[in-house]
Design a protein around this ligand. Structure first.
Ligand SMILES: Cc1cc2nc3c(=O)[nH]c(=O)nc-3n(C[C@H](O)[C@H](O)[C@H](O)COP(=O)(O)OP(=O)(O)OC[C@H]3O[C@@H](n4cnc5c(N)ncnc54)[C@H](O)[C@@H]3O)c2cc1C
Length: 378
């Protein structure tokens, strides 16, 4: 997000000033971005999330040219294989409602009944499935690290300064954030500060007595081999919430725990019970070819989880000046980075996200206790 904001700011002819990106770890080892699945989709239930996708996807499709430096663009390895959301009889009405919203927003998605699912995806076991929603284009996944490096290199080529430094605290004077102090003791004054600290954003905001409901939520990814070639399957979400997608000849599995069992992530320890007890049995039931698989590796990453409503928190604070948020994307921040980066840049330059009205994601909704209910969270 920091690199995306920096790129859109630097690329806007209306911007006058200097841009400094402070990054505590230039290897990005524990950043959400590098540990992400890189999925991109239109299938959201909130119109603003679908509208963001309508900008993000064309941007990502042409990022190789837009973000090119000296004729060389990032290789995002975008695979447009779609997302397939499956619903049981219990979830069918909700899937259809969300589908209607998506269609009204112009998303290229289709509802499939069990017969259509069987002929399109013969590797699925359709026991207990009433319907599926398939994004047949403009959905899939990309290499998130390549996107991060693409924004970073392009921003640097446009004059953005990057510095390895850890922000210890936001510096606040009265009703304004006036800069940051670093862990080495240095203080940097700034006209504006953008909080793009990912899963650490809530803790960073707290240093200026700003309550930001963003915390780390651990998510395990399991990578496994399957003998059958299912490499062309879409990213598939079972009604239980267990998701899988191919990665070359391998496959990945993930599930978010029920909200009541989910808590702040405190470590990156690998946990295999979740795979053995939940993910593998669920996937083997839904995709019988996954009964005979071999787990090859796993990793833990953190969602930058918005505990208020699992949606982005974008733009200014209603009462505290000179701070902008680009936080709380939960499980969908990779794909939203173009629209979010552009919106924050526009707020900074023009005082509003004028290309696309994203005021719904403003901090005000938190202060006024108006959560956005997004049905399609993964
Ligand atoms: C397993 C997993 C799967 C996911 N799948 C998807 C998906 O399919 N599609 C999708 O769109 N999204 C997905 N996400 C979510 C997505 O990865 C995040 O929403 C997104 O990467 C957030 O980007 P960010 O720049 O805000 O955070 P980060 O990538 O975490 O970057 C924040 C940066 O800030 C730096 N930083 C933090 N604090 C400080 C400080 N005090 N001083 C200096 N630097 C600091 C960190 O070092 C880090 O590099 C997934 C996430 C995970 C973990």
């Amino acid at each position: 997000m920091g690199c995306a904001v920096a790129y859109f700011l630097a690329a806007d002819p209306g911007f006058v000033g200097r841009i400094l990106v402070l990054e505590r770890d230039p290897t990005y080892e524990f950043a959400s971005t590098t540990l992400s699945w890189g999925g991109i989709r239109q299938q959201f239930s909130t119109p603003e999330n679908i509208r963001m996708a309508a900008f993000n996807i064309p941007f990502l499709k042409s990022a190789h040219e837009t973000l090119a430096v000296a004729g060389e663009g990032p290789a995002l390895s975008l695979r447009e294989q779609g997302y397939l959301f499956l619903a049981s009889a219990r979830g069918e009405a909700s899937l259809r409602d969300v589908h209607a919203i998506q269609k009204s927003e112009g998303a290229t998605v289709e509802m499939l009944d069990p017969g259509q699912l069987a002929s399109r995806f013969p590797w699925l076991n359709l026991d207990g499935i009433a319907a599926g929603s398939f994004g047949y284009e403009n959905e899939g996944w990309l290499d998130p690290y390549a996107l991060l490096q693409g924004f970073r290199s392009k921003a640097r080529s446009l004059g953005v300064e990057f510095r390895i430094a850890e922000v210890a605290a936001l510096e606040r004077q009265g009703k304004a954030v006036v800069g940051v102090s670093l862990t080495d003791g240095e203080t940097i004054a700034a006209g504006w500060v953008v909080n793009a600290a990912g899963w650490r954003a809530g803790a960073l905001a707290a240093t200026a007595d700003i309550q930001l409901p963003v915390e780390a939520r651990k998510r395990m990814t399991y990578v496994f081999d399957c003998r059958e070639d299912l490499s062309s399957m879409p990213l598939t979400i079972d009604p239980t919430g267990v998701g899988t997608r191919p990665e070359g000849q391998q496959h990945m599995g993930l599930v978010s725990p029920p909200e009541a069992e989910d808590g702040p992530g405190t470590d990156f320890e690998l946990e295999y019970d979740l795979f053995e007890n939940v993910i593998w049995p669920t996937l083997a039931n839904r995709i019988p070819a996954f009964e005979a698989i071999k787990l090859s590796r796993a990793w833990a990453g953190m969602y930058d989880y918005n505990t208020f409503d699992q949606n982005a928190i974008l733009g200014p604070h209603p009462e505290i000046d000179r701070i902008l948020f680009c936080n709380g994307f939960s499980g969908h921040g990779i794909q939203q980075s173009p629209a979010a980066g552009r919106a924050v840049a526009e707020w900074l330059i023009h005082g509003t996200s004028r290309s696309l009205d994203l005021s719904a994601f403003g901090y005000e909704r938190i202060a006024e206790n108006r959560p956005i209910y997004e049905a399609a969270v993964v």
